[in-house]
Design a protein around this ligand. Sequence first.
Ligand SMILES: [Zn+2]
Ligand SMILES: [Zn+2]
Length: 273
Amino acid sequence: MRLFIHVILAGIYLSAGAAAHDDPARAHYLGNEGVMIVHDKTKILFDAFYANSYGQYALVPDDISTAMMAGTAPYDRIDAIFVSHVHGDHFTAAPAIAYLRAHKNVHLYGSQQVYDAIAAAGVAKDDPLMVRIHGFDLDPEDEAKSFEVGALIVDVVAIPHAGNRPTIQNFAWRVTLDDEVTVMHLGDADPEPADFTRHQAHFDARKTHAAFPPNWFIGLERGDMILKDIIAADHVIGVHVPKRAGGNGDQWRARAGGDLFTDPGETREIEGN
Ligand SMILES: [Zn+2]
Ligand SMILES: [Zn+2]
């Protein structure tokens, strides 16, 4: 009888392990280009702390930002924060600093300009917080920077910002969670193929399961070419859709001819390896 129970327990344990291993990841939309990616116990945020809607983009709704700050599920136990660039509809120092002070194990990864913005917001150089801010000085011509931290494999290249803003460092972060699911966030990238083809070896080095480009890539021939042929992402979800798309997502997706996040709180499943 005891042996029988052990066999059953072993079977339950094995099937639970297998199920966890095959769990898909999930992308949660926060607002504008803010996305949380969850795979098992691994969670990351992109462009989640910003205070400027410029009159047309969705801010992170109060209920979501309150839950993030309080560390309430599903926004609890965040492993890392990634920031594409310093524009106010993607990053504002004050809410990022407040979050990092409340969550003392979380590190933030961004450009040197993001690092400088946090320092300029009044965080002293010797403040222990600054140890958790990682600023990378990358130009579009530079090779990818790569590092591993915990359950994350991170690679980043700089892609010029759309609309000819050469002084803004805009990053495309590629992050692999638990060696199983790889996502890429493009910030406000310009849909210029030459800015991507110079990094072809970087894009080929790891399969991107889901990419989050700004919505101006979706339905644009050059944008589709970059996403399908150069990055070769399995799944594409456009972000940076105007706030007025909220509640009309199906119409906007049909018109764009591709998937878009339009309503904060909505989610998509991401199939990994
Ligand atoms: Zn921008
Ligand atoms: Zn923007």
